[in-house]
Design a protein around this ligand. Structure first.
Ligand code: F0G
Length: 456
């Protein structure tokens, strides 16, 4: 059989309240054309993020009920610690309430002012936490990695030559850690190959530097290795994950993605001295070392989620959902970032709305129209997020104008995807009528969250 269907039955449902176009027009106008300001109840299909939006399984809910809420050394802590060790192989596990808490903790201990942290591409929160320490976050993704039209298997890879150049220029004492984000969310959720992880490790070994992985989507990355990299087709998904971790000294994790839960995260690492330093900071800001700001039930849900995410039937369905959505949009000549990554399809707003210049925010305009047309909530990753005014007051647009349609895990069915494709195709047919946007209020930091807009 060729059809790949959702490998689960639905036992509990969350109704979607239908809305009219008029209602949506009023809602988006009131939200200042910013999807973060739209009440979630007015959204039909919410593709704002794949983070913390997973549906949990019966086994996860059962584990939640069993959650041990003892303050220290709860049974749930041991379940969590053992699940994280089983998949990562690291000696020390530090729970945190989400990914950015893990990042803040790590950099508050290892990063000193003036240092640089190289990566394939840092996610925004990682970058912000590094910069907050007075350091520079540098991205060395391979050439073509950010080009929506270049077709390659591992567009998330680190450019090894530029990494080495950076180490030589700055000196090893200026670099507390080398990072690799798997998959590379900031460049379309593109995977990193095992070969590239090995090569990055080899560079780190040559200069005596530690390597940390940002593993929010580690299992999705491993699936691409299994599908695309020679020598992995017959390996189990779990053993590929374990091999990925084996090349690193530690990792930061947002469990809100590939641990299939609504909240949680961790740092796992081998360096005992660093682990002790991190735990001391953890107690100061997040909570005691065996819960780190999470309830016992959250630890249980993560432990179970880490087992379910390496189920190959689940992951085949997961990646197939994204790939088939992309394929249908490609067939309809909708410009998207190709090939699709693991957790989202990105519309290319520059080619979708070529009549809109960067200062009229084509990505944001497209986000607004998706909501008006079909109640779809997406997020702009373009000039609202990354554009700026130069010293002469000229607007400098972002390298790409993308709109991310992130797919929550196990939440929407293939008929939701049918509807989504229909909405995008309808919108594409009337794309010439779409007007640009200008700021009503421009937020001073992290503009995309709170800025508001008016139509030009
Ligand atoms: N690293 C990556 C690669 C991420 O994608 C995220 C979050 C984080 C770290 C931070 O984790 O949200 O648990 O604090 N990405 C979400 C997204 C927000 O929508 O892509 P967090």
């Amino acid at each position: 059989m060729k059809t790949i269907f959702e490998p689960f039955r639905i036992k509990m449902v969350e109704p979607i309240r239908m809305t009219t176009r008029e209602e949506r027009l009023a809602a988006i106008e009131q939200a200042g054309y910013n999807p973060f300001l739209i009440p979630a109840e007015k959204v039909l299909i919410d593709l704002l993020t794949d983070s913390g939006t997973s549906a949990m399984s019966t086994d996860q809910w059962a584990a939640m009920i069993k959650g041990d809420e003892a303050y220290a050394c709860a049974r749930s802590w041991y379940a969590f610690e053992s699940a994280v060790k089983d998949i990562t192989g690291f000696a020390h596990v530090i729970p945190t309430h989400q990914g950015r808490a893990a990042e803040r903790l790590l950099f508050s201990v290892i990063a000193k002012e003036g240092m640089v942290v190289p990566s394939n591409t840092h996610f925004d929160t990682t970058r912000a936490n590094i910069e907050h320490r007075g350091c520079r976050a540098l991205d060395f993704v391979v050439p073509g990695g950010e080009d929506p039209e270049v077709i390659a298997d591992f567009k998330g890879n680190m450019d090894i030559a530029r990494l080495e150049e950076c180490i030589k220029t700055n000196g090893t004492e200026k670099i507390p850690v080398v990072m690799l984000t798997v998959t590379n969310n900031a460049t379309g959720g593109q995977p990193v190959s095992m070969e590239n992880i090995r090569q990055t490790r080899a560079v780190c070994d040559r200069y005596g530097l530690p390597l940390f992985l940002d593993v929010a989507r580690f299992a999705e990355n491993a699936w691409f290795i299994k599908m695309r990299e020679p020598g992995f087709a017959d390996r189990s998904l779990k053993s590929i994950c374990q091999e990925m971790f084996s090349y690193a000294d530690g990792c930061t994790m947002s469990a809100k993605k590939d641990a299939l839960v609504n909240i949680g995260g961790f740092i796992a690492l081998n360096d005992e001295k660093l682990a002790v330093g991190l735990k001391n900071m953890l107690i100061l800001t997040e909570g005691y070392a065996t819960y780190g700001g999470l309830a016992g039930r959250d630890l249980e849900a993560i432990a179970q989620g880490l087992k379910e995410v390496v189920d190959e039937d689940y992951m085949r369905y997961r990646i197939h959902t994204v790939a088939s959505l992309a394929e249908r949009l490609n067939q309809a000549n909708i410009p998207i970032f190709n090939p699709p990554g693991g957790h989202a399809v990105y519309l290319d707003a520059r080619r979708f709305l070529p009549h809109l210049p960067p200062e009229q925010f084509p990505g944001q305009a497209l986000v607004a129209e998706l909501f008006i047309e079909g109640g779809i909530r997406a997020v702009e990753i373009g000039s609202v997020m990354f554009g700026y005014w130069d010293a002469d007051g000229r607007f400098v647009g972002a390298p790409n104008e993308l709109v991310r349609l992130a797919l929550p895990r196990r939440v929407y069915t293939s008929s939701h995807m049918d509807y989504l494709v229909e909405v995008v195709v309808e919108l594409h047919a009337r794309r010439h009528q779409v007007r640009g946007l200008k700021f009503r209020y421009e937020a001073p930091v992290l503009r995309h969250f709170t800025s508001t807009f008016d139509r030009v």
